[in-house]
Design a protein around this ligand. Structure first.
Ligand code: GLA
Length: 394
């Protein structure tokens, strides 16, 4: 007893001091908040190891958190978003993106789950293009065509990652230098992708690149969403809206024919939101070629720099995703190539159409299609592209 008493007093004193300390800290962070920081500052960005590449290069995982409970995990391999939690209308958080548990699974064959795509998101016909009279030959990794940057695109390289809290939220800056001639592309390309998670449940993605020789660039993000949180279930019940009156029909290799076709009266009309499954199996030549939706929609011009391009709603959980971009196109891909062979993070496997992608971008095959907006980047210019994925419920 005589020993216990002083230790109780000591504990009481400690408690008093620590309460005072907490108050003091709170005051400091509140006054800081008023000036430069958001509450995100209270959510340190976690950095953990995520395995090693076959050559020993270490891969890191960063966990971005905001002040309302959302978390986004990004690994430095491919800049891949491996996990992204979002609340349903009851406030229950679940992972809403397809992905894997560990690096080996990503290395074993990843259908671009969550990855950064470059140098060229989407296809380039015949795996070649000409610039200033010079023909550049790229890998043909999709039949006769080039897809998503080639054999070792930006989805398969290790980026440098630097995390920081800013007034806008938790930020991860990823940088990568692509050598002159890498995957056949001209020019040394310095690329920076910035992921910012805001307290409005937005993931703001900014892409920048500079080159030392004229080249072509078209970067995007290839997350597969399943807003139900049941990642192995088909997404056919999700309702999609696309702010596009026309889309780009494709040939058998999924290369745009060059035609801009009106969506009205076709299964490609998402100007009023409708479920993915509603017309996906309709008798339609273009749906047949894509095995479902795997096309680029031509976004209507909006008054804003960052216009609303698309949305997706999962009525049962209420999760609602909006996509804002300054890009002219969006590839809506309904996960047609998923075939139930890859293991899902939530058990089971990723069956056909268990995820959908909304890939903001310039149009496929632009380097060979003079009527499409240019994807050329010259020295002294800066490529810049921005897309915001915003989550809410309704
Ligand atoms: C893009 C393409 C699809 C497919 C997926 C990855 O969305 O348009 O055809 O290649 O990537 O499987």
């Amino acid at each position: 007893m005589s020993i216990a008493k002083p230790s109780i007093m000591y504990a009481v004193l400690l408690l008093v001091f620590s309460i005072m300390g907490c108050k003091q800290n709170k005051k400091e962070s509140q006054s800081e908040m008023e000036t430069v920081t958001t509450e995100s500052e209270q959510n340190p960005i976690e950095e953990t190891a995520f395995g090693e590449m076959p050559d020993g290069t270490k891969v890191k995982k960063f966990t971005l958190k905001n002040n309302v409970g959302m978390e986004v995990d990004v690994i430095t391999y491919g800049g891949i978003i491996t996990r992204w939690t979002a609340p349903d209308k009851q406030g229950e958080f679940e992972d809403i993106v397809l992905g894997f548990e560990n690096l080996d699974q990503y290395l074993d064959g990843n259908p671009y789950f969550g990855a950064l795509i470059g140098r060229y998101g989407n296809r380039i016909a015949g795996g070649q293009f000409s610039l200033d009279g010079e023909t550049y030959k790229l890998a043909t990794n999709d039949g006769d065509n080039h897809l998503h940057g080639g054999e070792k695109g930006f989805d398969k390289v290790v980026w440098q990652g630097e995390a920081k809290n800013t007034s806008k939220g938790a930020v991860l800056e990823l940088t990568y230098t692509s050598k002159d001639g890498e995957e056949g592309y001209p020019g040394k390309l310095d690329v920076k992708v910035t992921y910012t998670l805001t307290d409005n449940n937005e993931l703001d993605i900014q892409y920048e690149a500079v080159t030392d020789k004229s080249t072509v660039v078209n970067l995007t993000q290839h997350s597969y969403f399943n807003l139900s949180g049941q990642l192995s279930e088909p997404v056919l019940d999700h309702k999609i809206y696309l702010n596009a009156d026309t889309y780009l029909p494709v040939d058998q290799g999924l290369i745009p024919t060059g035609e801009f076709r009106e969506v009205v009266g076709t299964p490609f009309d998402f100007t009023e939101s409708k479920s993915i499954g509603e017309e996906i199996d309709a008798q339609n030549e273009q749906l047949g070629l894509g095995g479902g939706y795997d096309h680029c929609w031509v976004l209507n011009e909006t008054e804003k720099d960052l216009g609303l391009a698309a949305s997706a709603h999962h009525p049962e959980t209420g999760r609602f995703l909006e996509v804002y971009t300054n890009e002219p196109g969006i590839q809506f891909y309904s996960g047609n190539f998923l075939d139930g062979t890859l293991p899902s993070k939530t058990g089971g496997t990723y069956v056909k159409r268990s995820g959908f992608c909304l890939e903001t971008q310039h149009y496929p095959d632009s380097p060979n299609q003079p009527d499409f907006p240019s994807v050329r980047l010259n020295p002294a210019e800066t490529y810049s592209s921005r897309t915001i994925f915003k989550l809410s419920t309704k």
